[in-house]
Design a protein around this ligand. Structure first.
Ligand SMILES: [Zn+2]
Length: 269
């Protein structure tokens, strides 16, 4: 993974593209938070979970989970999106330091994903790439824009290309964050839409279980349980919009993020 100096160097280069008034609106706490967050996943890791659900013939349900640390260079985009959304969630609530940390974590994974790893080769150019990235970043001093003008890839094993891709990804995240933050949202309308969806989900789940009781059928009960789990895991677009508006936090299904939202706003159905 890129050194902390590269992570922070890319961030400070990209932050120059953000207008002073936008940064000022979130204050120094936000900027401090982003610089913490952009290196934090190396020290405070995120975890992934694998969930298996089995239902026996007698209706006993077993839920098993296995945990592992998330990979940085091949990080699930769901994790990047989660931290990006969490940053907007905190910013809308005026928790600017946490908004910064969350955005920094999203940027960290996006930057890591710019370096292509060669998993199956004994010789791995990975470490060399990062050393060169470090020296290129130091040498550029000023702007990376001209150096990166013609780089248009998702990841690369070439140091300069990887540096440019990481820079562009950082810039894209920052630009999108400030654009979304400056767009007004109708919180009350969103709250009502979320409530409607939750009521609809609860009705469907209850209807299933009621049918199982009426028919006294384990099969219908098992099916209802599967439907209820699927409904609980289903996160419509409205939930994500509500998260970005600061209403609630939608956690990724198979990930255990190190930075969470405020507990009482967690979405359960
Ligand atoms: Zn990393």
């Amino acid at each position: 993974m890129p050194s902390w100096r590269v992570h922070r160097g890319l961030l400070s280069h990209a932050l120059r593209a953000v207008s002073a008034s936008e940064l000022k609106a979130l204050g120094d706490e936000f900027v401090r938070g982003v610089f913490i967050g952009v290196v934090e996943p190396d020290e405070v890791p995120d975890k992934a979970t694998k969930l298996t659900v089995s239902v026996s013939r007698r209706g006993y349900t077993k839920v098993r989970t296995r945990k592992s640390y998330v990979r940085h260079h091949t990080a699930d985009t769901a994790l990047i999106e989660y931290y990006y959304n969490l940053a907007l969630y905190y910013a809308r609530r005026g928790r600017n330091r946490l908004a910064g940390v969350a955005l920094g974590r999203a940027i960290h994974y996006a930057q890591d994903s710019a370096v292509r790893t060669k998993k199956y080769l004994i010789f791995n150019v990975h470490d060399d790439v990062e050393k060169v990235m470090d020296s290129v970043l130091l040498a550029t001093g000023g702007s990376l824009h001209s150096l990166c003008r013609n780089v248009d890839k998702e990841s690369s094993a070439d140091a300069v290309e990887a540096l440019c891709i990481a820079f562009k990804k950082t810039l894209a995240i920052l630009t999108s964050f400030f654009r979304e933050l400056s767009t007004p949202v109708d919180v009350e309308k969103l709250r009502k839409r979320v409530l409607k969806i939750r009521i609809a989900k609860a009705c469907v789940a209850l209807a299933g279980f009621a049918t199982a009781v009426i028919l006294q059928s384990w099969l219908v009960y098992g099916l209802s349980l599967i439907v209820a789990i699927a409904l609980a895991l289903y996160k419509p677009r409205t939930y994500i919009e509500a998260m970005k508006a600061g209403l609630m936090v939608v956690k990724p299904t198979d990930l255990l993020p190190a930075l969470k939202g405020e507990a009482f706003t967690c979405i359960c159905i």
